[in-house]
Write a protein that binds this ligand. Structure first.
Ligand code: SF4
Ligand code: SF4
Length: 443
């Protein structure tokens, strides 16, 4: 019987491993479609940033109550995995509570700690469900934010419900196990008293031993299959941030937020125009593309940002353009970039790893000119993001394409651009007249 369970368990593990590995490979390959960018310098600062922002959740604590609740889920997720390790080893080796004989009384202390985390996760998930669906926090409402319509709303609720179910299986499994331990049935040896699952024991005490063993096994299987299913699902969901938040913060932009990346070719052109540089043989006669039209024109970090976005909407809730009724939502910029990445990934999968032009692009098919024009480049979205994502960086690159390649700008902007080009200033006066205002000072 246990041998059959071992085989089934190994099959489940291998199936989950196959799908997770395949999915990770697709995500990695699509991220690598991005342009190169050096984010490997200053390793110590990067490590400190990752520890502070991803591991320490620093920005989450800008809103202390929500930060604390989120921390309970995060810590629970990390720590309960130690118990999952025992479950996985039990499944592979056909044992039951493998660690108990080695840990002695410490085992019960650990299980009580994990159960406390499990109860914490369960309660916080319930509070988050209420926030999403009953008290209706504005930034999480699909009726207010069109980017949340459809899968994103279902996704948020699915994960919270799954975690509640997983924790419920864990606690009831332990409760049934405790009753079997007190009866000294088979391999259910006494390993200590568990406080929280102990509160559920009255539910099981009237059951006969066979029913208890069946329930304990079913709860064990559903708990572990749920975790494996969860691990596959996460790779399709915004909850990928559980893993990607760490590399994403490590590769953060360490420069000042106000520093906008120049285009070297344009800088050189302007310097030549102002007489600050001379044309040389290095001066490119033609530039492949100004700005970004599609995901391949963005950097790999922009693409990693898109997969890391938690869809929390903190950026959108502080975006002055969004707050004043414009169509721009920085969260939508990130979600659109990820949707386009997914589309390109499917395209590559169907075409033996090569992308075949589908006539679509991020600019135009996903993100409109109107959205891009609404951005004030204030950086509020970058400041607010709990995992250092920069929607602004993507907006700027798309807007460069929009203006410089599509010449898609309002007439007033075009007049300013033309003045900049001809007069080296936004106004329509000749540079020679620039100091006319000072003439009257001498008179
Ligand atoms: S930089 Fe642009 S997108 Fe970001 S908050 Fe400011 S206006 Fe909104
Ligand atoms: S970009 Fe950052 S702040 Fe905005 S929704 Fe994504 S994770 Fe949240």
């Amino acid at each position: 019987m246990y041998f059959l369970q071992q085989i089934l368990f190994l099959l489940a593990l291998a199936t989950a491993g196959y799908f997770i590995t395949k999915r990770i490979s697709i995500i990695r390959n699509t991220i690598l479609l991005g342009r190169d960018e050096n984010r490997y310098d200053q390793p110590e600062e990067r490590r400190a940033m990752m520890l502070k922002i991803a591991f320490g959740q620093k920005k989450m604590f800008d809103r202390p109550i929500i930060g604390l609740l989120h921390f309970v889920i995060y810590a629970g997720f990390l720590l309960i995995n130690v118990e999952v390790l025992e479950i996985v080893l039990d499944g592979i080796l056909g044992t039951h509570r493998l660690f108990a004989p080695f840990l002695g009384e410490t085992y019960a202390v650990l299980i009580n700690f994990f159960e406390t985390m499990a109860v914490g996760v369960l309660l916080v998930c319930m509070i988050f469900l209420v926030r999403r669906n009953i008290t209706k926090v504005d930034r999480l409402q699909a009726t207010r934010h069109r980017e949340l319509n459809g899968f994103p709303v279902i996704d948020g609720n699915t994960i919270l419900l799954s975690e509640i179910v997983l924790m419920a299986f864990l606690l009831t499994m332990n409760a049934a196990d405790s009753v079997l331990q007190s009866r000294g049935e088979g391999h259910y040896h006494f390993v200590g008293n568990f406080f929280f699952s102990g509160l559920l024991k009255p539910l099981f005490e009237g059951w006969n031993t066979t029913a208890l063993v069946v329930y304990e096994r079913i709860a064990w299987w559903l708990h572990i299959l749920g975790i494996l299913g969860f691990a596959i699902y996460v790779t399709y969901s915004k909850h990928l941030h559980i893993f990607l938040a760490f590399p994403n913060t490590y590769f953060s932009n360490l420069k000042s937020k106000g520093e906008i990346a120049n285009m070297p070719a344009v800088t050189q052109e302007v310097q030549i125009m102002l007489g600050l540089a001379q044309p040389s043989s290095d001066t490119p006669t033609e530039i492949a593309r100004f700005g970004a039209k599609d995901i391949q024109d963005l950097t790999w970090k922009n693409l990693m940002d898109a997969y890391s976005c938690t869809e929390c909407g903190r950026c959108t809730s502080q975006c002055p353009a969004n707050l004043t009724g414009k169509v721009l939502s920085p969260r939508k910029i990130m979600m659109d970039t990820r949707d386009r990445l997914e589309e390109v990934g499917r395209n590559m999968e169907l075409n033996k790893g090569m992308f075949v032009d589908d006539g679509k692009s991020l600019y135009g098919d996903y993100i409109s000119a109107e959205e891009l024009r609404a951005c004030t480049t204030c950086n509020a979205c970058v400041q607010e993001c709990p995992i250092n994502i920069s929607p602004l960086d993507i907006i700027l690159q798309l807007r460069r394409y929009q203006i410089m390649e599509e010449s898609d700008a309002p007439a007033s902007w075009n007049a300013m651009f033309s003045n900049l080009e001809n007069n080296q200033a936004p106004w329509k006066f000749s540079p020679a007249d620039r100091f006319n205002w000072a003439d009257k000072l001498n008179g």
